[in-house]
Ligand binder design. Structure first.
Ligand code: NAP
Length: 292
Protein backbone atom coordinates (compact mmCIF):
# COMPACT_ATOMS: atom_id res chain seq x y z
CA UNK A 1 0.00 0.00 0.00
CA UNK A 2 1.30 3.47 -0.81
CA UNK A 3 2.16 5.72 2.14
CA UNK A 4 -0.53 8.17 3.19
CA UNK A 5 -0.22 11.55 1.55
CA UNK A 6 -2.19 13.16 4.40
CA UNK A 7 0.92 13.47 6.56
CA UNK A 8 -0.46 15.66 9.32
CA UNK A 9 -3.72 13.79 9.71
CA UNK A 10 -4.39 10.25 11.01
CA UNK A 11 -6.13 8.11 8.41
CA UNK A 12 -8.20 5.00 7.89
CA UNK A 13 -7.55 2.59 5.00
CA UNK A 14 -10.57 2.18 2.71
CA UNK A 15 -11.41 -1.04 0.84
CA UNK A 16 -9.97 0.52 -2.34
CA UNK A 17 -6.54 0.58 -0.68
CA UNK A 18 -6.69 4.38 -0.51
CA UNK A 19 -6.49 6.34 2.72
CA UNK A 20 -9.07 8.72 4.20
CA UNK A 21 -8.34 11.20 7.03
CA UNK A 22 -10.21 10.42 10.25
CA UNK A 23 -11.02 14.11 10.73
CA UNK A 24 -12.76 16.21 8.10
CA UNK A 25 -14.46 19.59 8.08
CA UNK A 26 -18.23 19.44 7.55
CA UNK A 27 -19.40 22.20 5.24
CA UNK A 28 -23.20 22.04 5.43
CA UNK A 29 -24.45 25.66 5.70
CA UNK A 30 -21.08 27.15 4.76
CA UNK A 31 -22.19 29.45 1.96
CA UNK A 32 -20.47 31.99 -0.25
CA UNK A 33 -16.81 32.21 -1.15
CA UNK A 34 -15.87 34.41 1.81
CA UNK A 35 -17.28 32.05 4.48
CA UNK A 36 -15.96 28.93 2.77
CA UNK A 37 -12.52 30.51 2.25
CA UNK A 38 -12.28 31.54 5.90
CA UNK A 39 -13.32 28.10 7.21
CA UNK A 40 -11.01 26.22 4.81
CA UNK A 41 -8.12 28.52 5.74
CA UNK A 42 -8.65 27.85 9.47
CA UNK A 43 -9.07 24.12 8.85
CA UNK A 44 -5.92 23.71 6.75
CA UNK A 45 -4.02 25.70 9.38
CA UNK A 46 -5.37 23.40 12.13
CA UNK A 47 -4.33 20.26 10.22
CA UNK A 48 -7.61 19.17 8.64
CA UNK A 49 -6.96 17.41 5.35
CA UNK A 50 -10.53 16.35 4.48
CA UNK A 51 -13.59 18.40 3.50
CA UNK A 52 -17.16 17.15 3.18
CA UNK A 53 -19.40 18.87 0.64
CA UNK A 54 -22.51 17.89 -1.34
CA UNK A 55 -24.41 19.07 -4.36
CA UNK A 56 -27.28 20.16 -2.11
CA UNK A 57 -24.97 22.32 0.04
CA UNK A 58 -24.43 24.54 -3.03
CA UNK A 59 -20.82 25.18 -2.05
CA UNK A 60 -18.86 22.77 -4.28
CA UNK A 61 -17.57 25.55 -6.57
CA UNK A 62 -16.60 27.71 -3.58
CA UNK A 63 -14.81 24.80 -1.89
CA UNK A 64 -12.84 24.05 -5.05
CA UNK A 65 -11.92 27.74 -5.46
CA UNK A 66 -10.91 28.14 -1.81
CA UNK A 67 -8.69 25.04 -1.97
CA UNK A 68 -6.99 26.11 -5.18
CA UNK A 69 -6.24 29.49 -3.60
CA UNK A 70 -5.20 28.20 -0.16
CA UNK A 71 -3.25 24.97 -0.72
CA UNK A 72 -0.05 26.81 -1.80
CA UNK A 73 -0.22 28.98 1.34
CA UNK A 74 0.30 25.80 3.40
CA UNK A 75 2.79 24.21 1.00
CA UNK A 76 0.17 21.62 0.05
CA UNK A 77 -0.98 20.16 -3.25
CA UNK A 78 -4.21 18.55 -4.48
CA UNK A 79 -2.92 15.13 -3.39
CA UNK A 80 -2.64 16.35 0.21
CA UNK A 81 -6.39 16.81 0.67
CA UNK A 82 -9.37 14.43 0.55
CA UNK A 83 -12.57 15.87 -0.90
CA UNK A 84 -15.99 14.31 -0.50
CA UNK A 85 -19.14 15.33 -2.30
CA UNK A 86 -22.57 13.78 -2.80
CA UNK A 87 -25.18 13.17 -5.45
CA UNK A 88 -28.33 15.18 -4.70
CA UNK A 89 -31.65 13.30 -4.31
CA UNK A 90 -32.99 15.22 -7.35
CA UNK A 91 -30.41 13.46 -9.53
CA UNK A 92 -31.06 9.95 -8.22
CA UNK A 93 -31.65 7.49 -11.08
CA UNK A 94 -31.33 8.40 -14.73
CA UNK A 95 -29.83 11.86 -14.01
CA UNK A 96 -27.06 10.45 -11.78
CA UNK A 97 -24.31 10.58 -14.39
CA UNK A 98 -25.13 14.22 -15.18
CA UNK A 99 -25.38 15.09 -11.47
CA UNK A 100 -22.06 13.49 -10.57
CA UNK A 101 -20.31 15.14 -13.52
CA UNK A 102 -21.78 18.47 -12.43
CA UNK A 103 -20.23 18.01 -8.94
CA UNK A 104 -16.95 17.05 -10.57
CA UNK A 105 -16.89 20.16 -12.77
CA UNK A 106 -18.08 22.48 -9.97
CA UNK A 107 -15.24 21.35 -7.68
CA UNK A 108 -12.80 21.49 -10.61
CA UNK A 109 -10.10 19.58 -8.70
CA UNK A 110 -9.33 16.94 -11.35
CA UNK A 111 -10.92 14.12 -9.33
CA UNK A 112 -13.19 13.69 -6.31
CA UNK A 113 -11.73 11.52 -3.53
CA UNK A 114 -15.10 10.19 -2.35
CA UNK A 115 -18.51 10.57 -3.96
CA UNK A 116 -21.61 9.37 -2.10
CA UNK A 117 -25.25 8.78 -2.96
CA UNK A 118 -26.54 11.31 -0.45
CA UNK A 119 -29.92 9.73 0.30
CA UNK A 120 -31.57 6.41 -0.56
CA UNK A 121 -34.72 8.10 -1.87
CA UNK A 122 -35.47 10.17 -4.95
CA UNK A 123 -36.65 13.77 -4.72
CA UNK A 124 -40.26 14.04 -5.86
CA UNK A 125 -41.14 10.38 -5.14
CA UNK A 126 -42.95 9.29 -1.97
CA UNK A 127 -40.53 7.58 0.45
CA UNK A 128 -42.28 4.21 0.04
CA UNK A 129 -42.32 4.38 -3.77
CA UNK A 130 -41.15 1.12 -5.31
CA UNK A 131 -39.16 3.01 -7.97
CA UNK A 132 -36.61 4.04 -5.30
CA UNK A 133 -34.58 0.78 -5.36
CA UNK A 134 -34.25 0.89 -9.15
CA UNK A 135 -33.19 4.53 -9.06
CA UNK A 136 -30.55 3.77 -6.44
CA UNK A 137 -29.20 0.91 -8.55
CA UNK A 138 -29.02 3.17 -11.60
CA UNK A 139 -27.18 5.85 -9.61
CA UNK A 140 -24.73 3.26 -8.31
CA UNK A 141 -24.00 2.02 -11.84
CA UNK A 142 -23.19 5.62 -12.90
CA UNK A 143 -20.87 6.08 -9.93
CA UNK A 144 -19.16 2.77 -10.76
CA UNK A 145 -18.59 4.00 -14.30
CA UNK A 146 -17.06 7.31 -13.14
CA UNK A 147 -14.97 5.41 -10.59
CA UNK A 148 -13.65 3.28 -13.47
CA UNK A 149 -12.70 6.47 -15.34
CA UNK A 150 -10.78 7.75 -12.29
CA UNK A 151 -12.98 10.81 -11.80
CA UNK A 152 -14.31 9.42 -8.48
CA UNK A 153 -11.50 7.70 -6.58
CA UNK A 154 -13.82 6.13 -4.00
CA UNK A 155 -17.58 5.75 -4.15
CA UNK A 156 -20.01 5.20 -1.31
CA UNK A 157 -23.43 5.85 0.15
CA UNK A 158 -25.03 7.90 2.88
CA UNK A 159 -28.13 7.44 5.02
CA UNK A 160 -28.56 3.83 3.86
CA UNK A 161 -30.35 1.47 6.27
CA UNK A 162 -29.24 -2.14 6.81
CA UNK A 163 -31.78 -3.25 4.16
CA UNK A 164 -30.45 -0.72 1.60
CA UNK A 165 -26.88 -1.85 2.35
CA UNK A 166 -27.68 -5.56 1.94
CA UNK A 167 -29.36 -4.94 -1.42
CA UNK A 168 -26.43 -2.86 -2.65
CA UNK A 169 -23.86 -5.43 -1.55
CA UNK A 170 -25.74 -8.14 -3.44
CA UNK A 171 -25.95 -6.23 -6.73
CA UNK A 172 -22.84 -4.01 -6.94
CA UNK A 173 -19.78 -4.56 -9.12
CA UNK A 174 -17.73 -2.14 -6.99
CA UNK A 175 -18.57 -2.30 -3.26
CA UNK A 176 -19.10 1.00 -1.42
CA UNK A 177 -15.98 2.27 0.32
CA UNK A 178 -17.89 4.32 2.89
CA UNK A 179 -21.30 4.55 4.56
CA UNK A 180 -21.82 8.04 6.02
CA UNK A 181 -24.60 8.24 8.62
CA UNK A 182 -25.71 10.21 11.65
CA UNK A 183 -23.77 8.89 14.67
CA UNK A 184 -23.37 10.25 18.20
CA UNK A 185 -23.99 8.96 21.74
CA UNK A 186 -27.77 9.31 21.37
CA UNK A 187 -27.74 7.37 18.06
CA UNK A 188 -25.18 4.55 18.22
CA UNK A 189 -26.40 2.56 15.17
CA UNK A 190 -25.01 -0.85 16.33
CA UNK A 191 -26.62 -2.86 13.50
CA UNK A 192 -25.22 -0.60 10.76
CA UNK A 193 -21.82 -0.52 12.41
CA UNK A 194 -21.48 -4.28 12.57
CA UNK A 195 -22.83 -4.69 9.02
CA UNK A 196 -20.16 -2.28 7.77
CA UNK A 197 -17.50 -4.22 9.61
CA UNK A 198 -18.75 -7.47 8.08
CA UNK A 199 -18.76 -5.95 4.55
CA UNK A 200 -15.44 -4.09 4.89
CA UNK A 201 -17.17 -0.72 4.43
CA UNK A 202 -15.89 2.28 6.39
CA UNK A 203 -18.58 3.59 8.75
CA UNK A 204 -18.32 7.42 8.91
CA UNK A 205 -20.15 9.75 11.30
CA UNK A 206 -22.00 12.96 10.53
CA UNK A 207 -23.62 15.35 13.03
CA UNK A 208 -21.27 14.13 15.77
CA UNK A 209 -22.19 17.21 17.80
CA UNK A 210 -25.92 16.69 17.26
CA UNK A 211 -25.88 19.89 15.18
CA UNK A 212 -24.57 21.61 18.32
CA UNK A 213 -27.45 20.43 20.50
CA UNK A 214 -25.46 17.70 22.30
CA UNK A 215 -22.97 20.26 23.58
CA UNK A 216 -25.24 21.05 26.54
CA UNK A 217 -26.07 17.45 27.48
CA UNK A 218 -25.34 17.09 31.25
CA UNK A 219 -23.47 13.77 30.90
CA UNK A 220 -21.29 15.12 28.09
CA UNK A 221 -20.63 18.30 30.09
CA UNK A 222 -19.65 16.20 33.11
CA UNK A 223 -17.23 13.98 31.14
CA UNK A 224 -15.74 17.11 29.50
CA UNK A 225 -15.26 18.78 32.88
CA UNK A 226 -13.58 15.69 34.36
CA UNK A 227 -11.12 15.29 31.50
CA UNK A 228 -10.61 19.04 31.02
CA UNK A 229 -11.73 18.99 27.38
CA UNK A 230 -14.54 20.76 25.53
CA UNK A 231 -17.85 18.91 25.05
CA UNK A 232 -17.20 18.93 21.28
CA UNK A 233 -13.80 17.28 21.74
CA UNK A 234 -15.38 14.61 23.96
CA UNK A 235 -18.05 13.83 21.35
CA UNK A 236 -15.50 13.61 18.54
CA UNK A 237 -13.13 11.51 20.63
CA UNK A 238 -15.96 9.10 21.54
CA UNK A 239 -16.44 8.34 17.83
CA UNK A 240 -12.73 8.27 16.93
CA UNK A 241 -11.97 5.88 19.77
CA UNK A 242 -14.37 3.41 18.09
CA UNK A 243 -12.47 3.86 14.81
CA UNK A 244 -15.20 6.06 13.32
CA UNK A 245 -14.12 9.05 11.16
CA UNK A 246 -15.82 12.37 11.98
CA UNK A 247 -16.81 15.56 10.13
CA UNK A 248 -17.49 18.36 12.63
CA UNK A 249 -18.80 21.52 11.01
CA UNK A 250 -17.93 24.99 12.22
CA UNK A 251 -17.67 28.36 10.57
CA UNK A 252 -15.74 29.74 13.54
CA UNK A 253 -11.91 29.60 13.17
CA UNK A 254 -11.31 29.13 16.89
CA UNK A 255 -13.83 26.28 17.16
CA UNK A 256 -12.40 24.71 13.98
CA UNK A 257 -9.00 24.66 15.69
CA UNK A 258 -10.31 23.31 19.01
CA UNK A 259 -12.36 20.60 17.28
CA UNK A 260 -9.14 19.27 15.72
CA UNK A 261 -7.45 18.74 19.10
CA UNK A 262 -8.80 15.23 19.48
CA UNK A 263 -5.79 12.98 18.90
CA UNK A 264 -3.85 13.75 22.08
CA UNK A 265 -6.12 12.30 24.76
CA UNK A 266 -8.06 9.12 25.53
CA UNK A 267 -11.45 8.67 27.16
CA UNK A 268 -11.52 6.00 29.88
CA UNK A 269 -13.62 2.87 29.36
CA UNK A 270 -15.99 4.20 32.03
CA UNK A 271 -16.47 7.48 30.17
CA UNK A 272 -16.92 5.66 26.85
CA UNK A 273 -19.61 3.50 28.47
CA UNK A 274 -21.34 6.47 30.11
CA UNK A 275 -21.56 8.18 26.72
CA UNK A 276 -22.72 5.07 24.83
CA UNK A 277 -25.43 4.55 27.47
CA UNK A 278 -27.08 7.75 26.18
CA UNK A 279 -28.25 5.85 23.05
CA UNK A 280 -31.97 6.46 22.64
CA UNK A 281 -32.31 6.43 18.86
CA UNK A 282 -32.59 10.23 18.68
CA UNK A 283 -31.94 11.84 15.31
CA UNK A 284 -31.11 15.48 14.65
CA UNK A 285 -31.22 14.93 10.86
CA UNK A 286 -33.36 13.03 8.38
CA UNK A 287 -34.61 9.48 9.00
CA UNK A 288 -34.24 7.05 6.08
CA UNK A 289 -36.02 4.10 7.72
CA UNK A 290 -39.20 4.42 5.61
CA UNK A 291 -37.43 4.72 2.25
CA UNK A 292 -38.31 1.71 0.05
P1 NAP B 1 -22.42 19.08 13.71
O1 NAP B 1 -21.05 19.04 13.19
O2 NAP B 1 -22.93 18.02 14.61
O3 NAP B 1 -22.64 20.48 14.46
C1 NAP B 1 -22.42 21.71 13.84
C2 NAP B 1 -22.96 22.82 14.75
O4 NAP B 1 -22.23 22.86 15.96
C3 NAP B 1 -22.86 24.19 14.11
O5 NAP B 1 -24.01 24.91 14.49
C4 NAP B 1 -21.61 24.79 14.76
O6 NAP B 1 -21.76 26.18 14.86
C5 NAP B 1 -21.63 24.16 16.13
N1 NAP B 1 -20.28 23.91 16.67
C6 NAP B 1 -19.25 23.27 16.05
N2 NAP B 1 -18.19 23.18 16.87
C7 NAP B 1 -18.54 23.78 18.02
C8 NAP B 1 -17.87 24.01 19.24
N3 NAP B 1 -16.62 23.59 19.42
N4 NAP B 1 -18.53 24.67 20.22
C9 NAP B 1 -19.79 25.10 20.03
N5 NAP B 1 -20.50 24.91 18.90
C10 NAP B 1 -19.88 24.25 17.89
O7 NAP B 1 -23.52 19.24 12.56
P2 NAP B 1 -23.70 18.97 11.02
O8 NAP B 1 -23.26 20.17 10.26
O9 NAP B 1 -25.11 18.51 10.88
O10 NAP B 1 -22.76 17.73 10.67
C11 NAP B 1 -21.42 17.87 10.29
C12 NAP B 1 -21.20 17.64 8.82
O11 NAP B 1 -21.62 16.33 8.45
C13 NAP B 1 -22.04 18.55 7.91
O12 NAP B 1 -21.54 19.85 7.85
C14 NAP B 1 -21.97 17.78 6.62
O13 NAP B 1 -20.72 17.99 5.99
C15 NAP B 1 -22.13 16.35 7.12
N6 NAP B 1 -23.55 15.92 7.14
C16 NAP B 1 -23.94 14.96 6.24
C17 NAP B 1 -25.27 14.57 6.19
C18 NAP B 1 -25.70 13.52 5.21
O14 NAP B 1 -26.91 13.36 5.00
N7 NAP B 1 -24.79 12.80 4.61
C19 NAP B 1 -26.22 15.14 7.07
C20 NAP B 1 -25.78 16.07 7.98
C21 NAP B 1 -24.45 16.45 8.02
P3 NAP B 1 -20.62 27.20 14.27
O15 NAP B 1 -20.54 26.93 12.80
O16 NAP B 1 -21.19 28.53 14.59
O17 NAP B 1 -19.36 26.88 15.02
Amino acid sequence: MSPTPFSSSPCVALNTGLQMPLLGLGTYKLCGLQDVHRAVDAALCAGYRAFDSAAVYRNEAELGKALRALLPKYGLTREDVFITSKLGPKDQGEKAMEGALHSWSQLDLDYIDLYLIHWPGTQGLPVGDERNPGNRAQSWASLEELHGQGKLRNIGVSNYTPAHMRALMQSCKVPPAVLQVEFHPRLCQPELMSLCKQYGVCFQAYSSLGKGELLSDPVILDVAKNCKRTPAQVLLRWALQQGVPVLPKSSNPERIQRNAEVFDFTLSDTDMDRLSALDCGQRFCWDPSEVA
